[in-house]
Write a protein that binds this ligand. Structure first.
Ligand SMILES: Cc1cc2nc3c(=O)[nH]c(=O)nc-3n(C[C@H](O)[C@H](O)[C@H](O)COP(=O)(O)OP(=O)(O)OC[C@H]3O[C@@H](n4cnc5c(N)ncnc54)[C@H](O)[C@@H]3O)c2cc1C
Length: 381
């Protein structure tokens, strides 16, 4: 595969980089409707499975088994007629239309689509410390946490939905012999919006604050930082601490900006409403690695999932040398369901909030349906 010419006769090489939440929808489209005519497709991704991050807090709290939240990429690729290359993208040359991999190979393409997610930035924001565990990549996070069942005093850094859910989950950790003490260091927040879930409605923030207090999770409205070997926040030491979980959002992979493709100021790949690069028409991107230039859009799994079918339609059009037609138009409001680890969950929908065991049942049903859809596609003969 590596180093071959992209175009052999009339064959067009379509390269998918990253087996993320949007690209599984592209694979599903190719399984159902066939590969676009004359296309040779390749999926470059480091692991044969995708871990669905939405189920990780439930796994920590003992509501799912570790394998429950995995999408098997290898059988999906095989059924879609896509060659799977287990390696990592480490560089992109958009003029030569070549992707360089971490193992030193090159893969040429005619059309490329990126769905690699973002990279952890815990060390950059908090500092270097052996106790630091970044939530990204999520697969490595699960492995590291599995190896550390005895964490007693845990600090979760990050006041977004991921940090909040992980604080709840770790407080209710199923394999802990002693219930862990958990502190959420939520950042300084946005003026007038608070530090916990600053992008969410006040009704949601109030419910989350009450649930954190009820479960004995301390909240610090400041940033966490390693200073002189100690974890500090707001000018005071948080020691002793056994584990520091960095849920501090994702950074753009360095190879994006180095490639010369257009990016947003943070270095994410700049795309239009068609999920196409604003500088290079043969490049598409979706999920956390991309940044929409026509509107502000948070990096979240919901958008990666919903952009998937749009991306699939536009890759099909591009393979037929037609302009992209489908646009990803995010809904006004998205439903976020936050697991509180104790058998309940909090729902957020625009200005509305709700809470209860039924919310968790709804979350489990939605999550399991998403996983089951891909499991069925992977198994179908
Ligand atoms: C604990 C937690 C809970 C969350 N819960 C939710 C939730 O309930 N709802 C929600 O909307 N969002 C949630 N999020 C956010 C969500 O995880 C991300 O927004 C989402 O995973 C982004 O999807 P993606 O497809 O962009 O990337 P990913 O899901 O990260 O997929 C990236 C894929 O690319 C591969 N890859 C990575 N680097 C490379 C490379 N260099 N070359 C090739 N392949 C590569 C990876 O192995 C993976 O297969 C949560 C996040 C966390 C941390």
């Amino acid at each position: 595969m590596a180093g071959q010419d992209a175009t052999t006769g009339n064959t067009l090489r379509l390269l998918l980089v990253g087996g993320g939440h949007a690209h599984v929808a592209v694979l599903a489209d190719w399984i159902k409707a066939g590969l676009p005519t004359g296309v040779e497709a390749v999926l470059l991704t480091p692991a044969p499975t995708l871990r669905y991050s939405g189920m990780v807090p439930g796994w920590i709290a003992g509501q799912h088994r570790a394998d429950d939240g995995l999408v098997a990429l290898a059988p999906l690729a095989a059924r879609a007629g896509v060659a799977l290359v287990l390696d990592r993208c480490a560089g992109l040359d958009p003029e030569a239309r070549v992707v360089r991999t971490a193992s030193g190979s090159t893969i040429r393409y005619d059309i490329v689509s990126f769905d690699t997610g973002g990279e952890g930035q815990g060390e950059a924001l908090i500092g270097d410390d052996p106790r630091l565990i970044d939530v990204r990549p999520i697969g490595v996070f699960v492995e590291r946490l599995t190896a550390l069942p005895a964490l007693r005093r845990i600090v979760v850094a990050g006041g977004g939905a991921g940090g909040v859910e992980l604080a709840f989950a770790l407080r209710n950790r199923a394999d802990a012999k002693v219930r862990p003490e958990v502190t959420l260091v939520a950042g300084r927040g946005v003026a007038g919006r608070g530090c916990v879930l600053p992008g969410f409605a006040p009704a949601v923030q109030r419910r989350v604050a009450r649930a954190l207090a009820r479960q004995g999770i301390a909240v610090i409205a400041d940033t966490a930082r390693i200073q002189g070997g100690a974890l500090m926040a707001g000018g005071r030491s948080l020691e002793p601490v056994d584990g520091i979980i960095a849920a501090t959002g994702s950074a753009a992979p360095g190879w994006v900006a180095q490639s010369g493709v257009a990016t947003d100021p943070a270095g994410f790949l700049a795309v239009d409403a068609h999920q196409r690069s604003v500088s290079h028409p043969s490049i598409f991107a979706a999920g956390d690695v991309a940044a929409r230039m026509d509107r502000a859009l948070a990096h979240s799994g919901v958008h990666a999932v919903f952009a998937g079918p749009v991306l699939a339609a536009n890759l099909r059009a591009a393979a037929e040398r037609a302009p992209p037609r489908a646009k990803y138009r995010p809904r006004w409001n998205n439903l976020y369901l936050m697991n509180t680890g104790d058998g309940s969950a909090i729902a957020s929908y625009g200005p509305l909030a709700a809470e209860g065991r039924w919310v968790l049942a709804l979350k489990h049903a939605i999550d399991r349906r998403w996983i089951a859809k891909y499991a069925a596609l992977a198994e179908k003969r």
